[in-house]
Design a protein around this ligand. Structure first.
Ligand SMILES: [Zn+2]
Length: 132
């Protein structure tokens, strides 16, 4: 079964990664740090139907863990220097990277949901609940 995209995948995800409305690419996606605008101020597209939930947080942890933490452990200075010096520096950088990446991942996630037309009203999301 092939996946059908209601809207172009890369354009929608790219607009989301840029934290713009996936429909028009002009309006802001977030009103505050991670708070999605209920409607796009440019095209009035209803953005409140795309509930990202915990997906962006899991993906951010996965990416930061594999692309930042794992390579960081290859540097001997991390193991040889005093933990009192290394931990504040490493944890500070990890916090900064995570907080910088998270809204972009969430935007891309919402762009993916827009492309697939997965909304909070989609019966496919609730199929597992119905099986219980
Ligand atoms: Zn828009």
């Amino acid at each position: 079964m092939a996946t059908e995209f209601a809207h172009p995948l890369f354009r929608s995800v790219g607009r989301g990664l840029a934290q713009k409305c996936p429909a028009c690419g002009q309006g802001r996606l977030f009103g505050r740090y991670l708070k999605v605008e209920p409607n796009c101020r440019r095209c009035e597209h209803d953005l409140s139907v795309y509930r990202a939930d915990d997906g962006p947080a899991y993906l951010t942890i996965l990416l930061v863990g594999h692309l930042v933490v794992a390579p960081l452990l290859l540097f001997p200075v991390v193991w040889e220097a005093s933990p009192l010096v290394v931990l504040p520096i490493v944890l500070g950088w990890l916090t900064l990277v995570t907080l910088t990446v998270l809204p972009r991942i969430k935007g891309g996630w919402i762009g993916l949901m827009y492309s697939l037309q997965v909304t909070d009203r989609d019966d496919r999301l609730h199929a597992a609940d119905a099986a219980d």
